[in-house]
Structure formats: C-alpha cells, structure tokens
Design a protein around this ligand. Sequence first.
Ligand code: NAP
Length: 330
Amino acid sequence: MAALLFLAFVVILLPLALLLLLFLIVRPKPVNIPIKNRHVFITGGSSGIGLAMARQAAKEGAHVSILARSCQKLEEAKQSILLETGIEVATFAADVTDFEAVQMAVTEAGPIDVLVVNQGVFMPGEFESQSLDELKFMIDVNVMGSIHMIRAALPLMKKRKNGGPASIALVSSQAGQVGIYGYTGYSASKYALRGIAEALQQEVIGDDIHVSLIFPPDTETPGFEEEMRRRPQLTNIIAASSGAMKPNEVARKALNGIKSGSFIIPCNFEGLLLSIATAGLSPQRSVLMAFVEVVTAGLLRFAGLCFQWNWYGNIESWHAQRKSKLPTKL
Ligand SMILES: NC(=O)c1ccc[n+]([C@@H]2O[C@H](COP(=O)([O-])OP(=O)(O)OC[C@H]3O[C@@H](n4cnc5c(N)ncnc54)[C@H](OP(=O)(O)O)[C@@H]3O)[C@@H](O)[C@H]2O)c1
C-alpha cells in the first residue's frame, strides 16, 4: 500500500504540482499574433526560406513586403507569388548592411506588424583558412544587418495604431545553437542573434512586441546549394543528418511559431530536441514545453555529451587518417 501511494505521488501528484507551479511562473504569458490583414515584412524574401515564408503569409491574407539586394530576384519572386496566389507583394531593394537604405525602405513600407529578419549569408570553412573579409562579411550581413533592420522598424512598430500584438522574428540556424566544425564565423553570427533576441524581448514586451528565434536545419535553398559546394569534409561528416528540409516546410513551422508567439522555433524533431537541450535561461511561454524542458534536462545533457563524444571521435580519426597519408620523412 505504501509503495502504491509513493508511486501515485511520483507519477501523478509530483508532475501535477510541477505543472501548476510552471503555470504560475512561466513568462512571458502566452499570446496569439494574427497575420491576416497585417503587414508582414520579410528580409531576404526573394529566395529560399524567406520567399517560402512570403508566399505562405500572402496565402494567409497578410500584406507582404519583401526586401533583398537584387531587383531582378525581387521581381522574379513577386511574379512567382502573384502567379501562385494572385496576390501582389511589395518589394524593396536594399542592402541590410546599409542602414540609410534600410531606413528608407522601412519608411516607404509603413508600420510593420510582423518583421521577419531572415537575410543571411553562410560561408563554411576552417577558421584559419577563411579571410578576415569573409568573416566580417558574415557578421555584417547576419548581425549588423539584423540590427539595422530592427532599429529602423522598431519606432514605427511601437507607434502602430491598429493594435494587436506584433512580432520580430530572427532567422538563426542550428549552427546558432551548437558550434560545429567549419562554422566558426557563421556560428558567431547566428549565436549573436540569440543574445539580441533574449535582451530585446525584455525591452519590447511593454509595447506588446514579441520576439521569436527560428532555428532551421539544412534546408534546400539556393543559398544551401552554394554552401554545399564549399563545406569542409569534416563538416559533412559531423553535420550529417537525416537530410535537408524543404523551404515550404520550414516556412510553415516558422510562421506557425511566430503566430503562437513562441520565443524559440525549431523546425523538425531533431531541432525540437536541440532546442530543449539548449533552452538555458531563454523565455518560454508554453507550460507544456517548460515541463518537458525541466523533466528532460538531465537526459538531454547526457545525449549532448554522447554527441560530443561522437564528434570528437570523428575529428580524431580524421586527423589520424590524414597523418597516416602524409609522406614519412627518411
Ligand atoms: N538553407 C539552409 O540550409 C539554412 C539553414 C539554417 C539557417 N538558414 C538561414 O536562413 C536564412 C535564409 O537562408 P536561405 O537558405 O533561404 O538563403 P538564400 O536562398 O541564399 O536567400 C538569402 C536571401 O537573403 C538576401 N540577402 C542576402 N544578403 C543580403 C543583404 N546584404 N541585404 C539584403 N538581403 C540580402 C538574398 O537576396 P539578394 O542576394 O538579392 O540580396 C536572398 O533573398 C539565412 O539567415 C540563413 O542563415 C538557412
């Protein structure tokens, strides 16, 4: 009898008590962010994940603006969305590294309800073999570009008159959750977005603006094709996963996450586990997800250590193989 009572306590009462406690403490509070009839502004919206998000948002009745550098790619994107949905999106040609150009585009576009900061460049390579210009380029586009976009959009977002919660969503990467061989520069730029998002959320919550961080895995986009041509061999060995996702799938997950105000948005099951394992001190709106994070923390840390064991094993045997192929000195 005592054993039965103890079992009931552990299996039923303890989880219920934890759920109740989490319900009381989880912050920020849950929110729904509609996109229908609202202004969704997507940077890097002329290609890959951004284009898929623009198409999806247009289908859901949003007023969509896209921003990128190439006028030709913007026009092609506009026509492809028009053909598929019958909806015309607004286009803005600007380089996110140029704050004045970004500010002009945002002023012309008008107040934004949902800002998706998605532009990004990814150039894998061993840190020592990458030029400083290349490393700086990734930081400029991925970090400073995102800062420029948010800085330009925020004043008008705060003044928006139509009411309702607004969103700023930053597209990071799984390389912004875990460092992987060959992604030193890229990871630096994507980890930075997490710091921006966590701090910014506290600053804009009072204006009913909700920040999201999207963590796509490998996704079949023009940018990814480019990246695959120059990925170091060891990166391919370590980052070998269940395959790349389609941009439309990532876009659907991302938009659903934004609409539910999720702070962290993983795009597949692997990404969900990674997000739980790296939750740290990030905000969490969902009581259920908070529960899973608390209960699985130790187990996922163990799984993380197993991954590191596997990765370092691969690195060691790769170096050993390379050394064995070097000509021996007589
Ligand atoms: N594909 C993946 O496997 C993957 C995985 C994880 C995370 N991500 C992230 O997801 C985001 C989108 O990636 P994607 O694969 O869809 O990329 P993509 O196909 O290469 O598209 C990149 C978009 O960003 C725009 N862009 C690039 N530099 C810009 C700049 N300086 N100013 C303004 N716009 C700029 C591009 O247009 P222009 O060239 O005309 O400017 C294009 O519209 C990126 O942040 C990337 O880091 C991608």
